[in-house]
Structures are given as C-alpha cells and as structure tokens.
Ligand binder design. Structure first.
Ligand code: ADP
Ligand code: MG
Length: 438
C-alpha cells in the first residue's frame, strides 16, 4: 500500500491520497515507541469431522498506527471489531498473519538489532527485551489471575521467570509493587477470590509493572467495574503513567473513558481503521460516518452531537466475509454509489421482505459484484428487479447498479466494481477511510 492506491471513485470527492508509509523507519519521529504496520490476524474456520479450513475470520485486516512514547493511544470500536486481537498482537501474545509490530530503540538501552525488526522475527536477547517491555492487562481479572496462586506468586512470577529475584528479595519487590498500586504487605498471602474486582485489577497492574516495562496494553481494564471503582483505577493508571513515563495502548468501547485517558484515538471497524487522530479533534469534528455514529450512540460523551439522532443500527457484519468497498457501507447513513454495494447487500436488504426470495433456487456468482439470481417463476424475478429500484433498498445502492436485466426466471445484476476504501491522510494529523471529503 503506497501513495496512489486510494480509491478515486467518479462522482465522489477525492481526498488527499497519501497512505501511511509501509516502512516504520520513515516516520523519522524520535517520539515514536512502537509502530504497527499493515497488521493482519486471520483465524481459520474449521468445519466437519475432518476439521477442514472453510474460511478465515479476518479479525484484524491491515492496521497501521504509531504509538508515541509516554502517551496513551485509545483503540475504540464495537464489540467484535478486532480490538483484543490487535492488542494481543501488539503485546507479542499472538503472531500476526501478515504485517509487523516494531519497537523503536531511541533510548539506547535495547540490544542491537531491535531497531526496526518486526517483533515476530526477534530472537534471543531482543525478543526477551520486547516481552519485558510490552505487558498486557486484561478486562477479566477472574480468568487472567490464577485462582490457585497467592498474590505474592502472581505478581512475583515475571521476576522469577526472568530471573530477576527470588526468596525474600522477590517478596520485598512484590511488596513495593503492591504499594505502588494501593495495596500492601497484608495482601501478599491471599488468593484472587479474596479481593474485590477493583483490587484484582490492581493486582493485574502490579504484575504488569513487575519488569518495569516501557508500555502496557490495557484491554478494557475498567469495563467490568462499578463506575466509582472505575475512576479509582483510571486515576491509578494515570498516576503510574506520569511517574514512570509509561506508554499505554488503551482498548475500550467506552468513549467517555477514552476521551479522558487518550491523546490520540484509533477507531476500528471490522478489522480495519475507520479513522484516527488527536482525541479532541476527533471528538469535536469526527470525519468518518462510523465515528459520528459511535459518538451519537454514546449519550454520556458531552457535546458529542445531536442527541435526537439515532446511533448505530444493525449488526456488525460477519468478519469472515466483510463487505466490499468501505466495510461500513451497509450501515452508513450517507453511503454513496461508490461505497462498495454488492450482491450480498441485495440479499441482506431484501431477505426480510415477505415472499421476496421464497422461489429463489440459486445464486450464480461471477464475482461479488456480478451474479444471476435464479427463481422458480418469472413473477418472482420481475418482483426482485422492481424492488431494486424501490423504497426497500437505499437510493445509493440503486445508483450503484450498472445493469439489471430479467431473462425468463433469472435476474442478472451487476454493480459497479470499487476497490477497498483505504485510509487517507487528512489535515491536522488525522486519517480517515471514507470516500467523502471532510
Ligand atoms: P473485540 O475485542 O473488538 O471485541 P476480538 O478481537 O475479540 O474483538 O474479536 C474479533 C473477531 O475475531 C471476532 O469475530 C471474534 O469472534 C474473532 N476471534 C477472536 N479470537 C479468535 C480466535 N482465537 N479464534 C477464532 N476467532 C477469533
Ligand atoms: Mg475485546
């Protein structure tokens, strides 16, 4: 993906077309601690007794961004859009299917060779350096803390594994860590279930701090907590960041939390970045229709827009078969004919219309944009052809149809083919993947 590949559909405005550079070194920015470049993570779908691979869940599908040293980057989006998967790739817990995560050495402390080598290709000392420096805190402290281990062993385990300390020295280091997160010596010999949710999250944070990392991936760290406890944990994270110069990748679906915590935001939709930019600019003036819908659906985010307008409607499509063009076009209020309308949309839009597909016997696809829908009788065929120009489908979808013809019992439909909508650079350090201009 380089400069000129962004789509330039006729009839739609053409935004600036510079993509984020592939090469993580071209940022030329000393402040960048970590670069994520074109990261994809696909999970195979297996079916049947033979467990044959029948498809791929494209959980993360080509994501790029930079994380600045000492700052917090918020990663937001609806459930299922790939946030946790991306967080796990960034923390080195999951190997990307393609693309890379690069930890930049500008401190001079890291082993040689770390510079711009993708984490999944790091070995030996450099790999250990990465693992120490990039920790993760999970949403669910019940499953992330071993219920049969004492707090001393949970928090002390990274120190033991990395041979940093043992015996009484380890115990004293654990006490220091517990004190940093508002707990103390009296908690050393207790089990996770003896704590409240907020305290368990403090234990998780203490464990993440054990090896004195440069960055922490926080995956919905407060989503399971009561509001009052949430605020305490957020304050703790904030204080630790200031004291230790920590860098956070903060994953959440809570826009009020992210606005409070993050200086930059990446909005994900179905495995891709819809929009990214500085927090205040993004909240004040969202570019992508998905960002706008997200803000509207979150009434507690002050000044987020017109409260009378609807938020997000409909479900997130199946990540194993993401929509063509812009992945959000199926739910977008301002979709244009250039947004990727395809045969699947015809079926999805009209399948709830009584009787529409009762007589359908098959769909012969030439591509995702071009197919014959074959019925048992010609009345049904004509009915579908008429519906494609009616009120049951969006005007922009009708306008995207290049040809539609009925031959006996078959309806031939061909949409105009559009490429995937790529992220383009807008003004003020912002990026958005939309065919419409700002
Ligand atoms: P989020 O954190 O934004 O809710 P996830 O990263 O958990 O999203 O999931 C993204 C998509 O990937 C979902 O459709 C989810 O079902 C799928 N997924 C996540 N982990 C796996 C896995 N280990 N195997 C198969 N599919 C997965
Ligand atoms: Mg998640």
């Amino acid at each position: 993906m380089t400069a000129s590949q962004a789509s330039e559909p006729a009839g739609a405005a053409t935004p600036a077309t510079r993509e984020m550079a592939d090469d993580p070194d071209t940022t030329g920015d000393e402040d960048v601690l970590l670069s994520v470049r074109n990261v994809a993570k696909h999970f195979p779908i297996r079916e049947g007794v033979m467990q044959r691979v029948t498809g791929q869940v494209r959980a993360v599908d080509g994501v790029s961004f930079d994380l600045r040293r000492g700052t917090t980057l918020g990663l937001v989006g609806e459930s299922g859009c790939g946030k946790t998967t991306l967080g796990r790739v960034v923390a080195g817990l999951e190997t990307p299917t393609s693309g890379g995560v690069y930890l930049h050495d500008s401190t001079g402390h890291s082993p040689a060779g770390l510079g711009s080598v993708s984490i999944d290709r790091l070995q030996g000392r450099a790999a250990r350096y990465f693992r120490r420096n990039c920790q993760m805190v999970f949403q669910d402290s019940f499953s992330s803390l071993n219920p049969r281990h004492l707090v001393r062993d949970i928090v002390g385990r990274p120190l033991k594994v990395h041979k940093e300390a043992s015996g009484t020295e380890l115990t004293e280091r654990v006490v220091e860590l517990l004190e940093q997160v508002g707990l103390g010596r009296q908690h050393l010999y207790r089990f996770p279930h003896q704590f409240s949710g907020g305290q368990r999250q403090r234990i998780s944070i203490a464990r993440a701090l054990a090896l004195d990392p440069e960055m922490i991936v926080l995956d919905e760290p407060t989503s399971a907590l009561d509001v009052s406890v949430q605020a305490q944990i957020l304050n703790l994270l904030h204080r630790l960041q200031t004291e230790r110069g920590l860098t956070y990748l903060f994953i959440t679906h809570d826009l009020a939390v992210v606005r409070h915590m993050a200086s930059e935001i990446v909005v994900m939709y179905l495995g891709r970045v819809a929009e990214a930019g500085p927090t205040e600019a993004l909240f004040a003036d969202p570019i992508h229709p998905y960002t706008r819908a997200l803000l509207r659906s979150s009434p507690d985010v002050a000044g987020a827009g017109d409260a009378t307008m609807q938020g997000l409607e409909g479900n997130v499509p199946d990540p194993a078969r993401p929509p063509m063009g812009c992945r959000f076009h199926t739910r977008c209020e301002v979709a244009t004919p250039a947004c990727g309308w395809e045969i699947d949309d015809v079926i999805n839009r009209l399948e709830d219309v009584p009787g529409m597909f009762d007589e359908l016997v098959g769909v012969e696809r030439r591509s995702r944009f071009d197919a014959d829908l074959v019925f048992d009788d010609d009345t049904s065929a004509h009915r579908l052809a008429d519906a494609l120009e009616g009120a049951e489908v969006p005007v922009s979808m009708t306008a995207a149809i290049e040809t539609v013809s009925v031959r006996e019992r078959a309806v031939s439909i061909r949409f105009r083919e559009v490429p995937e909508v790529t992220l383009t650079v807008r003004g003020g350090g912002r990026r958005a993947a939309c065919v419409l201009e700002d």
